[in-house]
Design a protein around this ligand. Structure first.
Ligand SMILES: Cc1cc2nc3c(=O)[nH]c(=O)nc-3n(C[C@H](O)[C@H](O)[C@H](O)COP(=O)(O)OP(=O)(O)OC[C@H]3O[C@@H](n4cnc5c(N)ncnc54)[C@H](O)[C@@H]3O)c2cc1C
Ligand SMILES: NC(=O)c1ccc[n+]([C@@H]2O[C@H](COP(=O)([O-])OP(=O)(O)OC[C@H]3O[C@@H](n4cnc5c(N)ncnc54)[C@H](OP(=O)(O)O)[C@@H]3O)[C@@H](O)[C@H]2O)c1
Length: 292
């Protein structure tokens, strides 16, 4: 299948970055799970996205994550969990990543360039999948920071629009620039010919994008938890309050975020589901730890 994705796919001009060291790149090439980087886009000094070749045998469900990484200083694979941000039909894999200044993996990973190789263990898993939810009318994707990544996959999956009448994605970041990847992704879904054709124009009308910031001024400010509690989210979107009979949700952010959103959903009567026991909402951590 032809691929579809953000505008930077065709970009050849990359932000000037130091290349991955020779030792790192060549050692990876010797591994069976090596994949080649095809494009890189930097958004802020803390965020970037990249695409790699997809192993022919890799099958995954939109929303799942895999282990990816590089060879560490000790010569052994240094792997971390990463949500696949591209949809399951795409012929490449896309990832949306943090840059932790002294992070064991991302202090190196942020320097990858097209042609470099990374390690990708082809064993996708995760809870943010359609199978873990009971049928419903409206789906909410609640995200902060890089927690947008699994939803970048699900939002490009036609099944999302076939399963629901309304698809609402909320993305909250501290600053406006941190929303860019998500905003461009939504724009590409609405304007990219391939994606429009694949998802269907009538289905795209179901998509509602609700970005908010908490520290830098923007048209909509506030934590999504506050906006749920005050009812502002529902008023803004012109939808009724949360109702377990119709509403389904997926949550992806920091542990504190996940706990707080989960409590609000449970207060509204929604129950947490799993692959083996589908219910009204599912949760996954966007990262482990609460401080850099
Ligand atoms: C299921 C799952 C899926 C994940 N998917 C992604 C993804 O799609 N994109 C991504 O960038 N990361 C994702 N992560 C986090 C990722 O696994 C690594 O933690 C991250 O790449 C940093 O690696 P590191 O070795 O540089 O630092 P680490 O030692 O792993 O982390 C150092 C510290 O940085 C902070 N941190 C780590 N990751 C993030 C983040 N994403 N956002 C904000 N702060 C963070 C935490 O405070 C952490 O304690 C995911 C984690 C889990 C558990
Ligand atoms: N983003 C940055 O510019 C920045 C820069 C340097 C270091 N860091 C560090 O990086 C780590 C991750 O930062 P991050 O910005 O990616 O993620 P984050 O701290 O989880 O914040 C992302 C967004 O989620 C909101 N949020 C956090 N906890 C929430 C909760 N319990 N309920 C509802 N909303 C919640 C935040 O609002 P609030 O703003 O109200 O918290 C923010 O808008 C943090 O430890 C931070 O100290 C971040």
């Amino acid at each position: 299948m032809r691929r579809g994705g953000p505008s930077w796919l065709s970009m050849t001009e990359m932000t000037e970055q130091a290349p991955v060291t020779q030792a790192t790149a060549t050692k990876v090439a010797a591994l069976p799970d090596a994949q080649t980087v095809t494009s890189v886009q930097h958004y802020t000094d803390r965020l970037f996205a990249f695409r790699v070749t997809r192993p022919q045998s890799l099958r995954f469900r939109s929303g799942e994550f895999v282990m990816i990484g590089l060879i560490g200083d000790n010569g052994k694979p240094l792997l971390r969990a990463y949500s696949i941000a591209s949809p399951s039909w795409d012929d490449e894999l896309e990832f949306y990543s943090i840059k932790v200044p002294d992070g064991p993996l991302t202090s190196k990973l942020q320097h990858i360039q097209p042609g470099d190789e990374i390690i990708l263990r082809p064993k996708p898993v995760g809870t943010l999948v359609h199978d873990a939810l009971l049928p419903g009318k409206r789906i909410y994707f609640f995200s902060t920071g890089t927690g947008f990544a699994p939803f970048a996959s699900l939002l490009r999956d036609p099944q999302t629009y076939e399963d629901y009448d309304e698809v609402i994605i909320t993305h909250t970041c501290r600053e406006v620039a941190e929303l860019t990847y998500g905003r461009e992704l939504i724009e590409s879904i609405r304007n990219d010919e391939l994606l429009t054709e694949l998802i269907g124009e009538e289905n795209l009308a179901k998509l509602r994008y609700y970005p908010t910031t908490t520290r830098e001024e923007s048209p909509k400010m506030g934590r999504i938890t506050t906006l749920i509690e005050t009812g502002e989210l529902f008023t803004d979107l012109g939808v009724p309050p949360l109702d377990p009979a119709h509403d389904r949700a997926m949550i992806c952010g920091s542990l504190a975020f996940n706990i707080d959103v989960k409590a609000l959903l449970e207060k509204a009567g929604l129950r947490e589901g799993a692959n083996s026991d589908p219910k009204e909402f599912v949760v996954e951590k966007a990262f482990v730890g609460d401080g850099i």
